[in-house]
Design a protein around this ligand. Sequence first.
Ligand SMILES: Cc1cc2nc3c(=O)[nH]c(=O)nc-3n(C[C@H](O)[C@H](O)[C@H](O)COP(=O)(O)OP(=O)(O)OC[C@H]3O[C@@H](n4cnc5c(N)ncnc54)[C@H](O)[C@@H]3O)c2cc1C
Length: 403
Amino acid sequence: MTLTAVPRYDRTRITSRDGTAVVVGASVAGLTAARVLANWFDTVIVTDRDRLPDGAVARRGVPQARAPHVLWEAGRATLEDLFPGYTEEIIASGGLMIDSLRDMNVFSEWNFVAPGPTRQPMVCASRPLFEQVIRRRVLGDAGIDVRERTHVTDYLYEADAVTGVSVRPADGRTGEEIDAELVIDATGRTSRTPAWLERNGYRTPSTDEVLIDVAYSVVVIDRPTDDRRAYVRLPEQPLGRGCFVFPIEGNRWIVALAGVHGGHPPTNPGELIEFAGSLPFSETRRLLEDNSWVSEDVYHYPFPSNRRNRYEDLDRFPDGLVVVGDAIASFNPVYGQGMSVAALQALVLHHTLASEEREGIADRFFERATDVVDPAWMLAVGADFQFAETVGPKPRGTDLVNL
Ligand SMILES: Cc1cc2nc3c(=O)[nH]c(=O)nc-3n(C[C@H](O)[C@H](O)[C@H](O)COP(=O)(O)OP(=O)(O)OC[C@H]3O[C@@H](n4cnc5c(N)ncnc54)[C@H](O)[C@@H]3O)c2cc1C
């Protein structure tokens, strides 16, 4: 995924500001969208059903936050444009800048890939820290009102347009309605927008689903301060097992073992070490054996399928509603693309708002967002079809790559 898919963020394109926008979901997609919307709307309200923590800790609404997360350069550069100083803030909070061509040892087929001749910086941190630094910046923006523990239960609807949301605060206060010129659905993979469309007489988007049945087992272990090593092995034929080891804040490594198509990693510590020993290199097993475990338990996360809602193909969609992030497409996580795709979609939203009237924004956004989603989808499902067990719509040309 590269930044060539979308022009960079350009503040000089901001021409006017009025009205209210509501963003449902205060994770990476929702927060980055809110940052962009604050240039175009007087008021931006972000709601999340979770209590949003002060610190960099995983929360209930984003269970995958306990798994390792990679931020690709296209995502980092976009977050840096939207929140100047983002990278420095991550590092100041304990994250690390590593050279992905030297510090990151990528094992493919039967050997480590040779280190590259140039440098390629990469930020390493936990997923909660990546989100916390974005959240801190959004909370500090006077134009954005973040409402935690506020569950959106429905969209308000009038004459072929979404005109706001109904919310139910968790603290027992009675529900309320919030009027808005634009509503953004950033509620992730379990988005209710397709069900809402059906209930209100619209066609639902067709959904591409490519089954990969991957699971992670994750632990956090101690790391000597000056040890910046990272290890990556993507699940490959014939073993279908992989691992991700990244240095993160707090002098720790986050270690995930992964397996596809039912070859899932165990949750028992001893068996997990054995699973690591079955990889074609011994470093991950040794790290698990030689360093103290911070985690009290092994965190297990199953992920059944790549899933993509084809909103761009709908010929009728309510005005005033846009869907972003995992709610459009969620990818096999081993390729580490979701946060970067979400950040790039915020850029797409910025350019869509900059170049045209607000009316009909959804159609234009969905059309342009394909420039970001298509390459990420092709990469993920294209690679997943190396496994004979992978089932689903196969993009044209995939078999040529997986010879
Ligand atoms: C195991 C795993 C590993 C991953 N690894 C990587 C990686 O290495 N790199 C990477 O870039 N991406 C990775 N991803 C993907 C990444 O986590 C997501 O793409 C990213 O979090 C952006 O998602 P999102 O903001 O669209 O949705 P989510 O992160 O799922 O957030 C949805 C938000 O909506 C809120 N919400 C839901 N319903 C409501 C409602 N009705 N009212 C109010 N609030 C609501 C939730 O509380 C939550 O805050 C991984 C995913 C998984 C599953």
